[in-house]
Design a protein around this ligand. Structure first.
Ligand code: PMP
Length: 281
């Protein structure tokens, strides 16, 4: 309990996913998750004494050892092993943990209600980079989400320091306006791997993409809106504050189907964990 990770919130993590495919169980974009994990760790100053291939293989080994047959999540964590009274730990000793996390329930297409508040904002990037997936970074968003839930919503969407839409506590935000997809640029948001995937898929489908500041009014009046994250992976939004939207809209549905297909079938984004024959034994 006296560990630095708990007392100061310095633990850094990343969450990836695994999916059954025709060839067997696969990790989705595992290399990208590991690269982002390393980037977060380096922002916080935690040393990660394993190379990318080892971290990907550790995830594969955990999935194999658990005989996973349905999709689920993989969580890589790194934290100081010693209890450190000082804010800046003197020791560089770190522990790395790779764990399988079952999904509470299979991802659902059920539309969600979101809310934003004028004064519920992301930390300024010069206080804490939005690229750092550090435990402490989630405390402010946790309080904001609780507030949104008390107001009857499922999720909060935080604003950036300029008052534009940023992201949800653990998901990126998208709007569809006039047939184009619109998502805030990376300055204030985590470079979500699902976000990047959806942007690629939209381009393949011929849907225009704007990575530009997203004003609150544009989000509130969007034709469609949704959130993306590894665990969702794409949740249609049926209500923003007091405005209701038809959800899922046609572009949201198209992108969701294409994302689910990519997670299970896109060879270029998959790491095979175990082939189909082996996992059925
Ligand atoms: N933003 C934040 C702050 C997050 O914690 C997450 C979850 N990792 C996301 C966005 C979505 O990222 P991804 O699609 O890589 O899961």
């Amino acid at each position: 309990m006296l560990g630095h990770a708990q007392q100061r919130g310095s633990l850094v993590f990343d969450v990836g996913s695994f999916h059954p495919s025709a060839n067997g169980m696969t990790l989705f974009r595992a290399r990208e998750h590991v690269v982002r994990f390393r980037r977060s760790a380096s922002i916080v100053g935690l040393e990660l004494p394993y190379d990318d291939a080892v971290l990907v293989e550790a995830a594969a080994a955990v999935v194999r050892a658990n005989h996973a047959v349905v999709e689920g999540l993989i969580r890589w964590s790194v934290f100081y092993s010693a209890s450190e009274p000082d804010l800046v730990p003197a020791s560089g000793d770190t522990h790395v943990l790779v764990a399988l996390q079952a999904l509470d329930e299979p991802p659902s297409a059920k539309p969600i209600r979101v809310r934003f508040f004028e004064d519920a904002r992301k930390a300024a990037p010069d206080v804490l980079s939005p690229e750092a997936k550090a435990a402490a970074a989630y405390l402010g968003p946790l309080l904001a989400k609780r507030r949104a839930k008390s107001a009857g919503a499922d999720e909060i969407v935080l604003l950036d320091q300029d008052g534009n839409i940023a992201e949800a506590p653990t998901a990126n935000a998208f709007a569809v306006v006039g047939g184009a997809l619109w998502t805030p640029p990376l300055r204030y948001v985590l470079p979500g791997i699902t976000r990047a995937t959806v942007i690629s898929l939209a381009s393949e489908l011929g849907i225009a993409v704007r990575e530009e500041p997203l004003p609150r009014e544009a989000f509130l009046n969007a034709d469609e809106a949704f959130l993306t994250s590894t665990s969702l992976p794409l949740a249609p939004i049926a209500q923003i504050n007091d405005r209701e939207l038809a959800a899922p809209g046609p572009i949201t549905s198209k992108l969701r189907a294409s994302l689910l297909e990519a997670q299970a079938q896109r060879a270029a984004w998959s790491t095979l964990v175990q082939n189909a024959n082996a996992s059925s034994k």
